[in-house]
Design a protein around this ligand. Structure first.
Ligand code: ZN
Length: 243
């Protein structure tokens, strides 16, 4: 197990190498009827810990609340405004740097957070010497495996449900796993009306096709790819990480 900073004592933190930190970021958001509301945080935390195990570094406490405009209409969704969220994350990054971080790897599990996270990362990098990586794990990594394994991916769909099954199948209710293929607009449209159509069931794709085995294969590829890419980033930045 990598070092979870929130479980580290004051005595131990003084001896820890804090140059690389992982920040998992998720959301409290409805994911169909079958996945836990904290899915995006569980997946981000899982990947952050697996990668930290491989390359070293400590894991920061996950951020459980995110920017969730699309799924606002569903009970169980908590939507944090883009600006306070971005400022909060920026301050976490600056504090990570003040505590000795040279590189923070943000492992993001939720699409609504992406723009705010990039803004926060740019702000922190501008005002400190910190380097920040922002990765949307499900779309920036493991793309080849995702295409091969999943025919009906989507929000809470075959892919995300498989990932959650691999992480903790006790948190998934497969008897409620459904399928929904919404009409997708041909451009990115910001609209409450379109969100209501697109996320009528807080689900896109076919969750019933999910399996733990597929989730395991996908997550393994993602962890390996991120570890390998971080080695290259660290080399460029002249930061030592485990091989
Ligand atoms: Zn999700």
């Amino acid at each position: 197990m990598p070092n979870r900073l929130w479980e580290t004592t004051g005595r131990d933190v003084d001896r820890l190498d804090l140059s690389i930190m992982f920040l998992p970021v998720g959301a409290m958001e409805r994911h169909g009827r079958h996945l836990p509301l904290g899915t995006d945080t569980y997946t981000a935390l899982y990947i952050a810990e697996k990668v930290a195990e491989k390359v070293g570094g400590v894991v920061l406490p996950p951020i459980w609340y995110g920017v969730c405009m699309g799924m606002r209409g569903h009970r169980g969704t908590f939507d944090i405004g883009q600006e306070p969220f971005a400022h909060y994350v920026r301050d976490v990054l600056v504090e990570a740097w003040r505590n000795g971080a040279k590189l923070v790897v943000i492992v993001n599990g939720h699409g609504g957070n992406t723009q705010a996270l990039h803004y926060a990362a740019k702000e922190a990098a501008l005002h400190t010497d910190l380097a920040v990586v922002v990765v949307d794990w499900w779309r920036d990594l493991g793309a080849e495996v995702r295409t091969r394994l999943f025919e009906k991916p989507g929000h809470a769909g075959e892919d995300e449900t498989s990932a959650m099954l691999a992480i903790d199948e006790n948190l998934v209710d497969m008897s409620s796993a459904e399928s929904y293929e919404p009409h997708r607009p041909p451009l990115r449209v910001y609209s409450k009306k379109m969100d209501a159509d697109l996320y009528r069931y807080a689900l896109t794709g076919d969750a019933s096709r999910a399996s733990r085995e597929k989730g395991e294969e996908w997550l393994e590829a993602i962890v390996l790819e991120l570890a390998e890419k971080l080695h290259r980033v660290a080399e460029t930045l002249n930061i030592f990480i485990h091989h």
